[in-house]
Each structure stands twice: as C-alpha cells, then as structure tokens.
Design a binder for this molecule. Sequence first.
Ligand SMILES: [Fe+2]
Length: 395
Amino acid sequence: MDLAWWFVAGVGHLGICAVAFNQAHATSFPRRWRKMSEKILGGITLIFGIYLIWQLIALATLRFWPVVQNNIANRIYLPLCLVSGLYFIVRWFYRKWRYRRPAQVISRTVSKRDIQKELGKSLYHGATARLFNAIPGNEAHMIASEQLTFRVADLPKSLEGLKICHLSDYHLTGQLDRSYFEQITNTANEFNPDLILITGDLIDEADCLDWIDEVYGSLSARHGVFYVLGNHDRRIKNEALLRERLDASGLVGVAGNWHTVQIDGATIAITGNELPWYPHAAGLKRFEESSAGVAGNGANNDVLKILLSHSPDQFNWARDYQFDLMLAGHTHGGQIQLPIIGPIVAPSKFGILYASGTFVIDKMLMHVSRGISGDKCIRINCPPEVGLITLTGDS
Ligand SMILES: [Fe+2]
C-alpha cells in the first residue's frame, strides 16, 4: 500500500511541476524568464527526489505516513502531492475514456520516412544535437506524412477535394542540417496542394536567415503559401526584416489581415493570429465587416474561413469569427510521448489537452500539428509532421 501512496505522490509532484512549466510557456513573458523557470522547475524536481531519498534513508523506512509526520514541510507538501496525484490520475483516465476521434475526421493515414537514413549522413550539428541523436528512438530526423480527410459542413461545391498542406514549427536553428528541411519542402510539394499554410516558429537563429529562400521559397502550392509567425520568431529581433525576407520568397503573411482566394465562384478567406506574441490580430474585424468581405465576398455564402494561429490557445479568440477550420502548432505534440501515458508537457494554458491532433470547438475544426522540429532536437514517439488535409462536404 505504501508503494501506491509513493507512486501517487510522485505523480502529483511531477504533475505540479509540469503544470507550472506549461503555464509559464503559454505566456508572452521574455524568453530568459521562461528559460529560468525551466531551470528552477528542473531543480525543484531533482532536489525533491534527492530530499525524499535522504528522508527514507534517515528514517530507515519505506512507509509513507511516518515520513509525512516527520516534519512540517512533509506534512504540507506530501499530502498536497497525494491529492494532486489522485486528481491527475483520475483526469487522465477520464480523458482516455471520453476521447473519441471527431466524426468530421473521416480518414487518417500516416507514413514515416527516416531522412537521415535516406541521405546517408548525420543531420545533427553541435555537441548537444549529436547527443540527442545518440538517444535510442529519437525521431527528430524522421518525416511523418499525415494525410487527413475532414468533412466540413456546407463546404462550397467548388472546394470539394481542396488540398491543404499544413506545416508548422520548423525552428531553423542550424542544429539540424538544411538538407532535412529541403526534404520537408519536397514532401510538401509532392502533395501537389492547393494551399500551403504555415503556423509559426519558422526561424530561431539569424544565421539561418539565408536558408529562407531555399527552405520556404521553394514551397509550391496552386493558390499560394501563407504564414503566421510564432514566439520563437521573436528571436529575430528585426521583425520587419524577417517578414520582408519571407514575403520576398513568395510567402504571404496573414497576421491580422484577411486574404482571399477565389476558386470557381467560392471564396477562401484566410487570416492569422500570432497572439500573445505579436499584436496584429487584436481588433481584427470579422470577415463580413472587413474591406475584403465588404468588397463583395462577405455576402456570398460560398466562403470557407480559415485561421492560422501559432497557439491552439487562441481557439477562444476564434469563436467570434466563426471559422470553419483553425490550424495551429506551438505545442509540438509534447515532443516526448510516453507509451500509454502520452505527452507530459506542452506550452499551453490547457496543458497537454491540445498537444496535437484534431478537435471540434463548437462548429469549428481545429488541427494542431506536432510541428517539424524544435529548439531541442529530441522527439520520442512524436515524429515531425508534414500534414495534408483534404476537405470534403460529403456526409
Ligand atoms: Fe515551436
């Protein structure tokens, strides 16, 4: 029985640390504060473990309650861990029991490729990245082509079969070789998509600005490549320069403005939200009231409204705008997904709830990509995602 108490308390302690991490990383606080919070939380986790081992040795017991009674700190913190652990365990089972794939997702196929193997060379640069490469099961150099078919109510007839390639979170840092990202581009182009939509965290390091033409400028879609920025893009201090370089490569920035695509009488209205890191979407008019909508498209019922948002947390913002589809990234699927348990951390106010996958929010479909890379080249059971979403109105 005592082992069960220790297990639940351990879950509670790790859960409290994970919640604090997720909340800190869901904010727009400066990066150095968030990095400091990582170190503090990592330290607390480690120190707590060492402290408990010391307590068990000092008291020469594995029994839970005698350790609780030993001092005031234990009397407060261990019961707190116990209650939290029970809460996290019950919540985990409840979510597993309640989860159903949305009925609007009518098919999903995934195929994985090992790009490092295909290219026959190490794709990792720098000591840390090479260390990650040595971890068994690291999938950071894989590509998972994720092909999804979504049913959209009242989809305009001329948009039947619309193919959207969704890419997110490239995190160009130089730790992963450029040739890996060129393979991402090739994979996306082979989908022969109508649209390519990128949901932020395009580039982390200024040294990679020269990669933009090759990596992003080579993306090809019938009706354009659209993007929003994410929190890591703020590492490029000159926002105007970054947007200029992306625009010069043929990408279209949609943060805080509506962009329309006409296909056989139907309108696709695309906009972007980079909140809370960039303010452009604040105060955005609804499409029907915007200049693009007033110009004639707003009165047309044949409008498909799509939101690109870096963070899935913006779904509440999206509610008022009545989007048909919201695409997001940022959470990376948690990057490490434990067998059975799943992800532990995700930088979201909602923790791991929207770490990756497809969700229905009112009538809106939201797809959260696992993303392509990260500032740390480690992915376990969470391969980089190159998404192809095909829309159908068929019921
Ligand atoms: Fe990211």
